[in-house]
Design a protein around this ligand. Structure first.
Ligand code: GAL
Length: 719
């Protein structure tokens, strides 16, 4: 009896010790990293991390201009511990709080209640963490952000786990009798497992979700400012197109009077691809320099497709071999770009053969996944970087490396990439993929704004003229207006019945250059994403809704909820709300934030803090402008302007309120703006005796490439 009592006691105390270990909260020491940004470390410092790979300096000056928040979370409720060589992190959650970010998701928006394993991969039709940008950063509706700086496959339980010792335990329900029973009881924490014996992590404060995102972007150097030509239309040509075919393509664009600023040259320019030689195939491109210069003479840039896997048939192979990993990808060796030697060899080859002859950018393909194709996690690299770390950072390193080459020449680039991670917001790349759901492409575009990346809903083939036009409309209201015809050879005019409408929307994008370019300048200077989720608009309120479903005994007896989210409308810049239409839909709903909103095309009042139902025609993508919105535009054209052109501005004003717009401009191609060589003109609309009057005040006139006489259009007046 006595013995069993002792035994029982010892069991209890063992249990308590084990429990204690898992539940205990080692005190986290926070250090001020920048204004409103706090950093903490746990366990061993890792030599590779996401921030270290990106190697970008924060824009402290711009961060200092933001609000001065207190530490936004209850420090006592944050825990960090290394257990058995892995890091366990926990952050508190409030009731009703929603979380955004955690990778580039395509189908979902609010991540609260979801489990994600953040793993670099090609998107596989499921929001499970495997994505082109598995960025371990989330933004909360409570006005803070959390970043885990680990180049690992991080597991995030975003408010799913329920600890026995939870601060806010869920209510107990009897499923037999109580309809309030939930398959997923309330969870009061985000819990994160980092498969490493230590990590750094950060908390970002802000007076709004937008400011948290701004801080995150500015911490990573601010957003990228593309060259003006990068914001024009781009066509990617079929794989085996030759220089001659491309010249004909350009002529066809001219005869169809269609905008074109850069051409994407797909794998056929290499003497061998998958793996690649990075050398021009002479039968298709006998005079590479003449080809590239010929395009440049017409004002068109060339962008070259690459993947990084080096072919044994290429001249780079023997030289780079010592600096490559243990495994091949499509028989190509995999450069270890964490080594200076590998970078230097690539640089001299790429400079000499491409950039110095006038190539303007790259499409960096296949740096994301799939598992069956890429190096496995058992691969090793000469630097000692693990295969897992390499997978998480490869796209980042390639973006940084190639961007630096152009920067050295004081030349901006704008390209494509399939893998991005923390710190890439300042790099001139837009993510794309092979997936092709129009609706999910828009959700990805929206989600990209929470994690500091850009996304293009590229157009490829379409099943109907309607789908073609609807997709074209969306891509023209995205960071890169691209038709990717690598496989099917489609042209913007492939559906003649909508050629006119497709041309019109492409030209509308060209007309909006001053507005879009300014939105990107704000990304660069203030960290404000140019294309962004409605949640990042001040005054926008919409709570995701849980909708009770019927109990389903066959498919999933626990499926009790679906979540309604704002996944199909977004902001372009500060003033334009974009609500794309999808094939087969004749009407749609649009949620208008606080304040009055006006139809972009007519200037008519559309609504105010309400959900409206619209029935637009096929020819227009629905656009709404906020009250007092000012939209500077230029005349429709087929190429973006060069620095020595002076353009006529037409400035539209919407609504009944006065307005102000800070119009940004610079030479459009170099980095001289970093030395202050840019202009910011104040466009202002005042109301005097019930009449609107526009004015302009220009600073740094020499960098302002517009005429100072402006055509003002008061879109709403008298309506
Ligand atoms: C794919 C890429 C496509 C196209 C193709 C060329 O991996 O996603 O956009 O470039 O390669 O082979």
């Amino acid at each position: 009896m006595f013995l069993s009592f002792i035994l029982m006691l010892s069991f209890i105390s063992c249990d308590t010790v084990a429990q204690k270990k898992l539940n205990s909260t080692t005190e986290v020491t926070w250090e001020h990293s920048a204004h409103g940004i706090w950093r903490a470390s746990v366990g061993r410092t890792q030599s590779i991390s996401l921030l270290k790979a990106a190697d970008i300096s924060p824009n402290y000056e711009a961060i200092a201009t933001l609000s001065n928040p207190e530490f936004p979370l209850d420090k006592e409720k944050i825990s960090a511990e290394v257990i058995n060589g892995e890091t366990y992190l926990r952050f508190p959650l409030q009731k009703g709080e929603e979380l955004f970010g955690l990778g580039l998701n395509f189908k979902t928006h609010n991540q609260r209640g979801r489990i994600l394993k953040l793993h670099m991969d090609h998107y596989g039709n499921e929001d499970n963490g495997r994505s082109h940008a598995p960025v371990p950063f989330y933004v909360s509706t409570e006005g803070y952000g959390v970043l885990i700086d680990a180049a690992k496959y991080i597991q995030v339980y975003a408010g799913t786990g329920v600890r026995a010792e939870a601060d806010e335990p869920p209510v107990l329900h009897d499923r037999n009798t109580d309809s309030g029973w939930e398959a997923q009881p309330y969870s009061d924490a985000v819990e994160i497992l980092v498969p490493a014996d230590g990590t750094d992590f950060y908390v970002f404060g802000g007076d709004s979700m937008l400011e948290v995102v701004q801080r995150y972007n500015l911490f990573n150097g601010g957003g990228t400012l593309p060259p003006k030509w990068g914001l024009g239309f781009t066509q990617r040509v079929p794989t085996l197109f030759s220089a001659k075919d491309i010249e004909k393509e350009v002529a066809d664009f001219e005869s169809h009077d269609f905008p074109l600023d850069f051409i994407g040259v797909e794998p056929g320019w290499h003497t061998m691809a998958y793996p690649c030689t990075f050398e021009w195939e002479k039968s298709r491109f006998p005079h590479p320099e003449g080809f590239v210069q010929g395009l440049l003479d017409k004002g068109i840039r060339a962008n070259l497709w690459i993947n990084p896997y080096v072919s044994p048939k290429g001249s780079l192979y023997p030289r780079i071999k010592p600096f490559t990993g243990s495994h091949t990808v499509w028989n190509g060796i995999v450069p270890d770009f964490t080594l200076k030697e590998a970078k230097t060899l690539f640089k001299s080859h790429f400079m000499e053969n491409h950039i110095d002859i006038g190539v303007s950018g790259y499409k960096i393909d296949e740096v994301d996944g799939f598992d069956q194709w890429l190096w496995p996690d058992v691969a090793t690299f000469p630097s000692g970087t693990t295969a897992e770390e390499m997978r998480q950072i490869y796209g980042t390193i390639m973006q940084k490396m190639t961007a630096d080459w152009f920067k050295e020449k004081n030349q901006r680039t704008y390209g494509l990439v399939r893998a991005a991670n923390v710190g890439t917001n300042s790099l001139p790349y837009v993510i794309y993929n092979d997936y092709y759901s129009h609706k999910d492409f828009i959700t990805a575009l929206i989600n990209s704004s929470f994690i500091g990346v850009l996304w293009t809903p590229e157009v490829r083939a379409s099943g109907s003229a309607e789908e073609w036009l609807r997709r074209m409309q969306s891509v023209c209201f995205s960071p890169m207006a691209m038709l990717n015809a690598w496989a099917d050879g489609t042209k913007p005019w492939s559906f003649p019945e909508v050629e006119k409408e497709v041309r019109e929307v492409a030209r509308l994008r060209m007309q909006l250059l001053p507005y879009i370019y300014t939105a990107f300048a704000k990304y660069q200077q203030e960290g404000i994403p140019p294309f962004r989720a409605m949640q990042l608009v001040k005054g926008f309120s919409f709570k995701s809704e849980k909708v009770k479903g019927e109990l389903d005994g066959t498919a999933n007896p626990y499926a009790d909820a679906t979540i309604r989210e704002v996944k199909y409308q977004y902001m372009m810049g500060d003033d334009i709300l974009v609500a794309p239409m999808f094939t087969g839909e004749k009407t749609r709903q649009v949620i208008l934030p606080t304040g009055k909103w006006y139809d972009f095309y007519t200037g008519a009042f559309a609504g105010e803090q309400e959900i409206i139902t619209i029935a637009p025609g096929l020819d227009q993508i629905p656009l709404f402008v906020k009250d007092g919105g000012i939209i500077p535009m230029i005349t429709a054209r087929n190429r973006m302007p060069s620095a020595n052109e002076t353009l006529q501005l037409t400035v539209r004003h919407y609504g009944m309120a006065p307005g102000k717009f800070l119009l940004y401009d610079d030479d459009g191609t170099t980095f001289d703006y970093e030395k202050g060589k840019y202009s910011q003109a104040i466009l202002k609309v005042d109301k005097l005796n019930n009449e609107f009057k526009g004015s302009i005040k220009i600073d740094n006139k020499e960098y302002f490439n517009y005429k100072s006489e402006i055509n003002w259009e008061f879109m709403t007046q008298n309506k």
